[in-house]
Design a protein around this ligand. Structure first.
Ligand code: ZN
Length: 303
């Protein structure tokens, strides 16, 4: 990790929320290159880990905006047997998103299609969708991974856990120098009352659609992607939502976490006589607490 924190180009990535076919479908489409590139820089992820994390960040940002409450927080967590071991992404209702992978340096040969082998990096596993709506217990939906390619896994989650038929596409394309060239995706969801002709038209449209990264490479915006998916049907754009990688950690929050581990633990840190360093999993920020600061924290913990 270098001495200087990477800077994210904000105000470029966004999500479009739209409805179509006389409200029989809802659709989210996103462009997330800056978000994924920033994640790559702060976590030092390998290409396949960048692709996996980028797909999950893109899905998380879109699913974050699906939440009804302003304070609602959504977490997508994958625990898997593949060499990446696991991924965690958290998003709020304003499409602020953050995430990390358990093993950021995983390297794999390309898959049979010559693509980054995200399915091989994840292999078998379980995906949990955790929705914290400010209630006592969060809602947790859990499904097993069907391909480890993330988009299919999410479509399977929506169908089995939420009983919503969905089409999910997520893509990350890397430059030759292993920076992120394109990233984005869409989530299309059918309302329960969707008519057969509408479903047929959508299947036809999606069947001839190139990959998300091909569309982005061709210069398509999220609005253009939605227009292609809804070709032959009416569409109404409802919202344009900026999205970015945002971590809400702070020294105060880390201090609160230290207080929660208890007086005995804090006392033993003080007895060590050395400053402690706490790292944020999500954004790799380092927080240093001197022995004097730990003594102040101990006082607070004692009250
Ligand atoms: Zn953080």
């Amino acid at each position: 990790m270098s001495c200087c924190k990477p800077v994210q180009n904000k105000g470029i990535d966004y999500i479009i929320r739209a409805t179509g076919a006389n409200h029989q479908v809802r659709i989210f489409a996103a462009t997330t290159r800056e978000t994924v590139e920033y994640a790559r820089q702060i976590h030092g992820t390998s290409p396949v880990a960048t692709a996996a994390l980028g797909r999950l960040l893109t899905a998380g940002a879109m699913m974050g905006c699906m939440q009804k409450g302003e304070e609602d927080v959504l977490t997508l967590q994958i625990k898997c047997s593949g060499p990446i071991k696991g991924l965690t992404v958290t998003a709020d209702s304003k499409a602020n998103v953050k995430g990390y992978v358990d093993n950021p340096v995983v390297m794999l040969p390309p898959n049979a299609q010559g693509k980054l082998d995200v399915g091989g990096a994840l292999d078998m596993g379980v995906m949990s969708v955790i929705k914290d709506m400010g209630l006592k217990e969060p809602y947790v939906g859990q499904t097993h991974l069907v391909s480890g390619e993330i988009a299919e896994d999410l479509a399977y989650y929506f169908a089995t856990s939420e009983q919503v038929n969905s089409s999910v596409a997520l893509g990350v394309l890397m430059e030759k120098d292993n920076t992120v060239k394109q990233a984005g995706g869409f989530i299309l969801q059918l309302m329960p009352f969707a008519e057969e002709e509408v479903i047929e038209q959508l299947e036809k449209n999606i069947g001839k659609l190139p990959s998300v990264t091909t569309m982005l490479e061709e210069g398509n915006t999220p609005e253009d992607m939605i227009a292609r998916i809804l070709e032959g049907l009416d569409m109404e754009i409802l919202d344009k939502i900026p999205t970015a990688f945002e971590c809400n950690c702070s020294k105060e929050r880390v201090e609160a976490a230290i207080i929660s581990i208890g007086k005995d633990e804090i006392q033993s840190m003080i007895d060590e006589g050395e400053p402690i360093e706490v790292n944020c999993h999500f954004c790799s920020s380092h927080y240093i607490f001197s022995v004097d600061e730990l003594k102040e924290i101990l006082e607070k913990a004692a009250n």
